[in-house]
Ligand binder design. Structure first.
Ligand SMILES: Cc1ncc(COP(=O)(O)O)c(C=O)c1O
Length: 955
C-alpha cells in the first residue's frame, strides 16, 4: 500500500455507510441484482441518469475535514455583540450544552409522533409551553415555530382567520424589528393584505383585522400598549404582541395589556446566536384560538392504564388532513432549541431568570446614567436592555472605536447609536462602553447607588411566573443532570436503533459533523455583525452552496429557508415573482399530485395559489393523461407544478421528463419537493430532470439531525432564470458573490441565512464523503431499501414498485388487507414495534393504512436484519390473532406497547410476559422500555390540557 492509501482519506465513507462490501454482495445476491450498477439501472430511468462524476472534490478524512473547517471558522471574528434587534449573547448552561445540544439521545430523535417512546422530549416541550404561557400570561402556547419573523407572519394569518373585520388591512408598529417587517411584507403581499405601518398609538385608527406591536420596540423603548390594544380590539382587530422573553421577567405581560397573541424568540434563553439560528420562536394565544393556531401543541392525555401521558394534540397532522385549508405549512419546527430554552428556565427557575433580567436591565440603566452624567443624550426614558444614544457628530468615531475595542454596536442613523445589554455582558463591558461613549471612566459603584431602574411603575411586572414545581426543583447541576437523563431515557432516538421513517431520511448524524456547531466562532456571531467579521461564515456558506449546486445541477442557491416547508414557500415565491416580472401575475394555478406531502398544498395556498389536484394511477405514478388535461385546461393561468421525486410512493416515475415538459409547455414552472433527494445524489439531478427550483432538506439528505422535531434547513436551488427572484434581506447583505441576487426582494426568514450555525453539518458531510462518497451513499440507500422490500415482501404486500419491480430509497407496505383479515391495524404494528425496540416507519403517509420504510444507507445489514426479524415476528403474531389463538382485542399487538409499568402488574393475559417484553432474543440484550402504555389521543383532544399538570401526576 502506498503512504497515501495508508492515510485512508476515504475512511469516513465506510463509517457513514452501514453495509460493508461483503454485506453489500450478500444483499445484492438476495435481491437478484448482479451489481450496484445493475440495481441502479433497474431503478432509475435511463433518460435522467447523471453519468459523469459529480463536480466535487474527493473525500477528506474526519481529521482533515475538521482542520479545514477549523481554519474557516477562525476567519470569523467573535466580537462582543451589543447589536440587539432580537439576537443576544447569553450563557448556555454547560449541563444543557453537553447533555442536550451535544447529546445524540436528544438530537437524533424524530418529531414525537410515536408518543409512547417520546415522553421525555414531550415533557420538555410541555415545560417550554408552560414557560411561554407563564411569561406571556396567555392561555396556551405551541411547541415552537421557526423564528420570530415567521411567527409574526403566522400570527397575522391567524388574525385573518379569526377576526370578523372585513377589511384586508393589517397594522404594523413602526418599531417592529426590521427583519420581522420584511417577512411580514412578503407574506402579506401574497395573502393580499394591505400593511399599514405607524406608531403604536395608531393601531386603533382604522378597521384592521389585526395589529403587530413590538414590546419593547426595536428602538428599545418600553411603551404601554394597553390603550392601543383596547382601541384595536374595540373595532374587532386581533392584538399580536412581539415580546422579548427576558424583558417579560420584569415587564407587565402582553396578556395583562390585553394582547390576544404573543410571539417572539426564545433565543436569549440559552441558545447561541449562531449567525441567526436556529432558535425557537414562541407563539402564545388565547384558548378560544386553539383550533386556528399554527404549529404543534403538546397536550396531556392518558394512557391505556389511565396514567398521565403526553402527545401532540389537535393540529398534529393538520396539513395532511386539511391540505390547502391548513392553518399553516409549518412541519419541522425548532424542537431541540425549544427544549433547551425550556430547560434554561427549569435550571434557573423564576428567581434565576429574574436575576438575569434584572442584571441586564441594571447594566442598561447604569450605562444610560453614566452617559447622561457626562452630558450624553439618551433617547428614551423607559427601556429594558437597549439604550439609544444621540451621539451626533461623534457617531462614526464612537462606533469605530467600539469596533476596535471588540464591541459591535448598532448604528441606527448618522447620529444615533444603540447598545443592547444581555446576560453575557460584564461590569467590565459596562465600564468600557461608558468610557467609549463619554471619554471618561465611570465609578460603577457610585453609579449603582445612584441609579434606579427605569421601567415605569404601571409597566412593572407584578404577576408571578414559573411557579410550577418543574421550574423549582432542578437548580443544582446534579439534579438537572439527572432530570435530563431521566427524560432522555424515555425517548427512543437513533443512538438506540434504526428509525426507518419514510420520507424523513433518518441517516447517521456523524459526531464530526456536529462538532463545529458548538464552536464559538460559529455560535457567538450576530446575524447582523459587520461582514468583515463573518468571512469564515461566508466562505463556509458559499462552499456549501457550491457543493449543493454540483449535486443538484442548479445555478443558484438561496440559503434562507429554515425548513423544507419554508423552502417550498421561498421556491413558489420565486416562481410568482418570475411570472410577475413577465407581466403574468395572473398565473395562479398550482398543480399538485394526490400523493404530495400536505405541506405542498398548504404552502401553495399561502402563496395565493389555487390548488388543482392531479390524480395518480394504480401504480402510484402521476397520471400523465390527467396532468396533461389539467395543464391544458388551466394553461393560461398555470403557475407551477409541485412534484416530489422520486415520488412519495417511493418510485422513480419513468415519465418524469414528460411531466416537466408538459408543465413548461403551458408556461408553468416545476417546483421539485426535494424531500427524497437522498435517492438522487450522484445518480441524477433535479435540474437535469426538468425542475426549475427545488428545496433540499438538509435535515434529511445532508445529515442535520432532526432534533426531535427541528431544527432543519430547507435551502432552495434554482435555475438562472429564477435566481433574480430569490429572497434577499432587509438588514444584512446576503450577496454571496452571486451577482444574480436581486436587491429589494423581501425575505422569507428572520435571518439572512436561516439556521446558519447548523450548516457546517452538511458542509462536513459532503466534504468528508466527496464526489464518490455521496454517490455511493445513494446507491446503498437504494440497496438497503430494495433489500428491505425484498425481505418483507413475502410477509407483507408491497404497495408500489417501479417499472422493473424495484423501489427507490423507501418502500410502502400495505397493512389494509391484514387489517381486513385480522383486525390488526398499522397503528398496532407501530406500537408493537416499540416492544421490539424500534421506532415505527412512517404511518399512513402518503397512503392511509400503510407503513413507509426508509432505512437509509447508514444502517448496517445487521440492523436491517433485526428490523426485518421484528416485522416477520409481528406478522406471525398477526397470524395468531387471525387464527383465533389470541382474542382479537387481547393480544400482544392490541396491548402494545408493553410499558415498564406492566412488568410488576398482575398478569392475566393470554400470552406470556416474555412474549410481551422480550419477543425476540436480541431484545433482551438492549431492551427499550416504553414509559407509558398506548396513549388515548381522543381523550386528550376532548379534554385539552396543554400546560404542565401538577408534578405528582407524573410520578
Ligand atoms: C415530501 C415532503 N415534503 C415536505 C416536507 C416538509 O419538510 P419540513 O418538515 O422540513 O418542513 C416533508 C417532511 O417530512 C416531506 O416528507
Amino acid at each position: 500500500m502506498s503512504l497515501s492509501t495508508l492515510f485512508n482519506h476515504e475512511e469516513f465513507i465506510a463509517r457513514h455507510i452501514g453495509p460493508n462490501a461483503a454485506d453489500q454482495a450478500a444483499m445484492l445476491a438476495q435481491i437478484g441484482a448482479d451489481s450496484i450498477e445493475y440495481l441502479v439501472a433497474q431503478t432509475i430511468p435511463d433518460d435522467i441518469r447523471f453519468k459523469q462524476k459529480l463536480p466535487l472534490p474527493d473525500a477528506v478524512s474526519e481529521v482533515d475535514a475538521l482542520a479545514k473547517i477549523r481554519a474557516i471558522a477562525a476567519k470569523n471574528i467573535v466580537n462582543k455583540s451589543f447589536i440587539g434587534l432580537g439576537y443576544y449573547p447569553n450563557i448556555t448552561p454547560n449541563v444543557i450544552l453537553r447533555n442536550v445540544l451535544e447529546n445524540p439521545g436528544w438530537y437524533t430523535a424524530y418529531t414525537p409522533y410515536q408518543a409512547e417512546i417520546a415522553q421525555g422530549r414531550l415533557e420538555a416541550l410541555l415545560n417550554y409551553q408552560q414557560m411561554i404561557i407563564d411569561m406571556t400570561g396567555l392561555d396556551l402556547a405551541n411547541a415552537s415555530l421557526l423564528d420570530e419573523a415567521t411567527a409574526a407572519a403566522e400570527a397575522m394569518a391567524m388574525a385573518r382567520r379569526i377576526s370578523k373585520v372585513k377589511a384586508e388591512k393589517f397594522f404594523v408598529d413602526e418599531q417592529v424589528l426590521p427583519q420581522t417587517l420584511d417577512v411580514v411584507k412578503t407574506r402579506a403581499q401574497y395573502f393580499g393584505f394591505e400593511l399599514v405601518i405607524g406608531a403604536v398609538t395608531a393601531a386603533g385608527d382604522d378597521d384592521y383585522f389585526g395589529a403587530l406591536l413590538q414590546y419593547p420596540g426595536a428602538d428599545g423603548a418600553v411603551r404601554d400598549l394597553t390603550a392601543p390594544i383596547a382601541a384595536l380590539k374595540a373595532r374587532g382587530g386581533v392584538a399580536i404582541v412581539a415580546a422579548d422573553l427576558l424583558a417579560l421577567a420584569l415587564l407587565k405581560s402582553p396578556a395583562e395589556m390585553g394582547a390576544d397573541v404573543a410571539i417572539g424568540s426564545s433565543q436569549r434563553f440559552g441558545i447561541p446566536m449562531g449567525f441567526g439560528g436556529p432558535h425557537a420562536a414562541y407563539f402564545a394565544f388565547k384558548d378560544e384560538m386553539k383550533r386556528s393556531a399554527p404549529g404543534r401543541i403538546i397536550g396531556v392525555s392518558i394512557d391505556a392504564k389511565g396514567k398521565t401521558a403526553l402527545r401532540m394534540a389537535l393540529q398534529t397532522r393538520e396539513q395532511h388532513i386539511r391540505r390547502e385549508k391548513a392553518n399553516s405549512n409549518i412541519c419541522t419546527s425548532q424542537v431541540l432549541l425549544a427544549n433547551m430554552a425550556g430547560m434554561y428556565a427549569v435550571y434557573h427557575g423564576p428567581a434565576g431568570i429574574k436575576r438575569i433580567a434584572e442584571r441586564t436591565h441594571r447594566l442598561a440603566s447604569l450605562f444610560a446614567q453614566g452617559v447622561r452624567a457626562q452630558g450624553g443624550k439618551i433617547l428614551h426614558d423607559a427601556f429594558f436592555d437597549t439604550v439609544q444614544v444621540n451621539t451626533g457628530a461623534q457617531t462614526a468615531s464612537i462606533y469605530a472605536a467600539a469596533l476596535a475595542a471588540g464591541y459591535n454596536l448598532l448604528q441606527v442613523s448618522a447620529s444615533v447609536l444603540s447598545v443592547a445589554f444581555h446576560e453575557a455582558a460584564s461590569q467590565n463591558d459596562l465600564a468600557t462602553l461608558i468610557q467609549l461613549f463619554t471619554g471618561q471612566s465611570a465609578d460603577l459603584a457610585a453609579l449603582d447607588v445612584a441609579s434606579s431602574e427605569v421601567i415605569p411603575a404601571a409597566l412593572q411586572r407584578t404577576s408571578a411566573y414559573l411557579t410550577h414545581p418543574v421550574f423549582n426543583r432542578y437548580h443544582t447541576e446534579h439534579e438537572m443532570l439527572r432530570y435530563l437523563k431521566r427524560l432522555e431515557n424515555r425517548d427512543l432516538a437513533m443512538n438506540h436503533s434504526m428509525i426507518s421513517l419514510g420520507s424523513c431520511t433518518m441517516k447517521l448524524n456523524a459526531t464530526s459533523e456536529m462538532i463545529p456547531v458548538t464552536w464559538a466562532e460559529f455560535g457567538n456571531i450576530h446575524p447582523f455583525a459587520p461582514q468583515a467579521q463573518t468571512v469564515g461564515y461566508f466562505e463556509m456558506i458559499n462552499g456549501l452552496a457550491d457543493q449543493l449546486k454540483a449535486i443538484t445541477g442548479f445555478d443558484a442557491i438561496c440559503m434562507q429557508p429554515n425548513s423544507g416547508a419554508q423552502g417550498e414557500y421561498a421556491g413558489l415565491l420565486a416562481i410568482r415573482r418570475y411570472h410577475d416580472s413577465r407581466n403574468e401575475a395572473h398565473r395562479d394555478i398550482c398543480l399538485i399530485p394526490k400523493s404530495a406531502h400536505g405541506t405542498n398544498p398548504a404552502t401553495a395556498q399561502m402563496m395565493g395559489l389555487k390548488v388543482v389536484v392531479v390524480d395518480c394511477d394504480d401504480s402510484g405514478n402521476v397520471d400523465l393523461a390527467d396532468l396533461k388535461a389539467k395543464a391544458e385546461l388551466h394553461g393560461a393561468n398555470l403557475a407551477a407544478l409541485m412534484l416530489t421525486y422520486p415520488s412519495t410512493h417511493g418510485v422513480f416515475e419513468t415519465a418524469v421528463k414528460a411531466i416537466c415538459a408538459t408543465v413548461h409547455q403551458f408556461g408553468g414552472q416545476v417546483y421539485m419537493d426535494g424531500a427524497n433527494l437522498n435517492a438522487q445524489v450522484g445518480l441524477t439531478r433535479p435540474a437535469d430532470i426538468g425542475a426549475d427550483v427545488s428545496h433540499m432538506n438538509l435535515h434529511k439528505t445532508f445529515c442535520i439531525p432532526h432534533g426531535g422535531g427541528g431544527p432543519g434547513m430547507g435551502p432552495i436551488g434554482m435555475k438562472a432564470h429564477l435566481a433574480p427572484f430569490m429572497s434577499n434581506h432587509a438588514v444584512a447583505n446576503i450577496d454571496q458573490g452571486d451577482a444574480s441576487v436581486a436587491q429589494g426582494q423581501s425575505a422569507v426568514s428572520a435571518a439572512p441565512f436561516g439556521s446558519a450555525s447548523i450548516l457546517p453539518i452538511s458542509w462536513m458531510y459532503i466534504t468528508m464523503m466527496g464526489a464518490g462518497g455521496v454517490k455511493h451513499a445513494t446507491e446503498i440507500a437504494l440497496l438497503n431499501a430494495n433489500y428491505m422490500m425484498q425481505q418483507l415482501s413475502a410477509h407483507y404486500p408491497v404497495l408500489y414498485t417501479g417499472a422493473n419491480g424495484r423501489v427507490a430509497h423507501e418502500c410502502i407496505i400495505d397493512i389494509r388487507p391484514l387489517k381486513a383479515a385480522s383486525g390488526i391495524t398499522e397503528v398496532d404494528i407501530a406500537k408493537r414495534l416499540m416492544d421490539y425496540g424500534f421506532h415505527a416507519p412512517t404511518m399512513s403517509f402518503p397512503v392511509a393504512g400503510t407503513l413507509m420504510i426508509e432505512p437509509t444507507e447508514s444502517e448496517s445489514k445487521a440492523e436491517l436484519d433485526r428490523f426485518i426479524a421484528a416485522m416477520i415476528s409481528i406478522r406471525q403474531e398477526i397470524d395468531q390473532v387471525q387464527a383465533g389463538v389470541w382474542p382479537a382485542e387481547n393480544n400482544p399487538l392490541k396491548n402494545a406497547p408493553h410499558s415498564k409499568n406492566d412488568i410488576a402488574a398482575d398478569w392475566d393475559r393470554p400470552y406470556s410476559r416474555e412474549v410481551a417484553f422480550f419477543p425476540l432474543p436480541y431484545v433482551l440484550d438492549n431492551k427499550f422500555w416504553p414509559s407509558v402504555n398506548r396513549i388515548d389521543d381522543v381523550y386528550g383532544d376532548r379534554n385539552l390540557i396543554c400546560a404542565c399538570p401538577s408534578m405528582d401526576q407524573y410520578e
